[in-house]
Design a binder for this molecule. Structure first.
Ligand SMILES: NC(=O)c1ccc[n+]([C@@H]2O[C@H](COP(=O)([O-])OP(=O)(O)OC[C@H]3O[C@@H](n4cnc5c(N)ncnc54)[C@H](OP(=O)(O)O)[C@@H]3O)[C@@H](O)[C@H]2O)c1
Length: 390
């Protein structure tokens, strides 16, 4: 039965895509602390079981065609919806029918240059990272996951598609009774995990006695809305942030006790010296670190999340880092997200406890991705833009 089910599929499913995805997962070092098992001898004949679901041969997927150097403000994205073969799961991945995804700045940066961050070409290959959906086929080393489970996480090799692969050890099951929709779950991964990781690296969780104040430089963004909620869940006594006035009420509702309008003032103008324990800077405005240093306590942490060149993001200069050091603050260059199963578990617990929720301000169909990219690149989305395959 097993072999019979596999025979017609083997000739039509491009397992080489799965192999590439597996190799890139293994070589990226992003195995989240999981020891990567040796390739099984039957690797190329691992069955793509489809159980009760019917899986078509090809899917619609969004690909960048070539670099669009006109820039995001021109609203030109060389994107195309293509019919591509549906990838086959490797032993460590699950194939999901995509329900939702979202836009991260890294997605449109990849699309704009048609390149991945390691320099490899992204032209003609699906993009998109955050994902949620229903498992339709499963690798052999996927723990307790099963066909039919609804999951969310980060896609391997493109989420802007009807089907996507997801590494099993970084796939979180969606509880049947969740108040959040499948599309909401598809907006979580990069923003929520990056903020959680950065806060943990900055010393969280905290006790009430520590009386911690966390400053989030751009609380309304795709990282900021999660950072506010997570900092409170991790024990911060207060979270202060900056945003446009139209977003202030929403951020207060998420738990921020002070929302400063960055168009007319700044956190560093409003707060007294020695008042901040953690600065989580995902905006990178010029001179931010120098100004924040005046408000930071001895023993505090300035966590800077690298954003790339698009927003005119400025890494703190060595002079600014000196000012932080003089204030007794530790400078932390966050680097890149390296998600782990433990981080996924922590986030799942926060969601289950009602401490963290998605903030999906609008949902676009995949066919309107250019518009979604332009809206995100304009830099004033509240939370996340959801993306659905159709
Ligand atoms: N290294 C990593 O692994 C990693 C992971 C995730 C993200 N990132 C990077 O982190 C950066 C932020 O990501 P994101 O998803 O949060 O971006 P985003 O959603 O595009 O952020 C947009 C937000 O920035 C706010 N903003 C605009 N100008 C501002 C200013 N002058 N001061 C303060 N806030 C301002 C806006 O608030 P208003 O709308 O209220 O004006 C808007 O809500 C990006 O560069 C991204 O590439 C890096």
């Amino acid at each position: 039965m097993f072999a019979a089910a596999w025979a017609p599929l083997r000739s039509r499913w491009p397992c080489a895509i799965g192999l590439l995805a597996l190799l890139s997962l293994a070589s990226s070092g992003r195995t989240g602390g999981l020891t990567t098992p040796a390739l099984p001898s039957d690797f190329f004949t691992t069955a793509c079981t489809s159980a009760n679901h019917s899986i078509p041969l090809r899917m619609s997927a969004l690909v960048p065609l070539s670099a669009s150097f006109s820039g995001p403000s021109a609203g030109k994205w060389n994107l195309a919806l293509r019919r591509l073969p549906i990838p086959c799961p490797t032993p460590f991945t699950a194939l999901i029918r995509v329900a939702g995804s979202s836009v991260n700045p890294s997605d449109w940066k990849r699309a704009r240059f048609a390149r991945n961050f390691d320099g490899s070409s992204q032209a003609g290959k699906p993009i998109g990272t955050d994902v949620s959906g229903t498992i339709v086929a499963l690798g052999s080393i996927c723990g307790s996951l099963a066909v039919g489970n609804e999951v969310w996480g980060m896609a391997l090799g493109g989420a802007y598609a009807e089907y996507a692969l997801i590494p099993c050890h970084l796939a979180a099951r969606i509880p049947a009774s969740s108040p959040m929709s499948l599309v909401d779950y598809g907006t979580l991964a990069v923003g929520a995990l990056t903020s959680l990781d950065a806060l943990l690296r900055a010393g969280a969780p905290w006790t009430a006695e520590q009386n911690i104040t966390v400053a989030v430089t751009s609380g309304a963004g795709g990282t900021g809305v999660f950072a506010i909620q997570e900092a409170i869940a991790l024990g911060a006594a207060r979270v202060v942030t900056q945003a446009s006035p139209s977003h202030a009420a929403a951020l207060r509702e998420l738990g921020a006790s002070l929302v400063v309008d960055y168009h007319t003032s700044s956190l560093w103008d409003e707060l007294p010296p020695d008042s901040i324990d953690v600065v989580y800077d995902t905006y990178g405005g010029k001179g931010t670190a120098a100004r924040a240093a005046a408000c930071m306590r001895s023993g505090s942490v300035y966590s800077f999340v690298l954003g790339g060149e698009m927003y005119g993001v400025f890494s703190p200069t060595s002079a600014e880092r000196k000012l932080l050091a003089q204030a007794g603050a530790r400078y932390m260059d966050y680097g890149l997200l390296n998600a782990s199963p433990q981080m996924m578990k922590t986030l799942e617990q926060m969601i289950a406890a009602g401490q963290v929720k998605a903030v999906t301000s609008k949902v676009y169909p995949m066919a309107e991705m250019g518009q979604a990219f332009s809206e995100n690149a304009a830099g004033h989305v509240l939370g996340k833009l959801g993306i659905v395959p159709s």
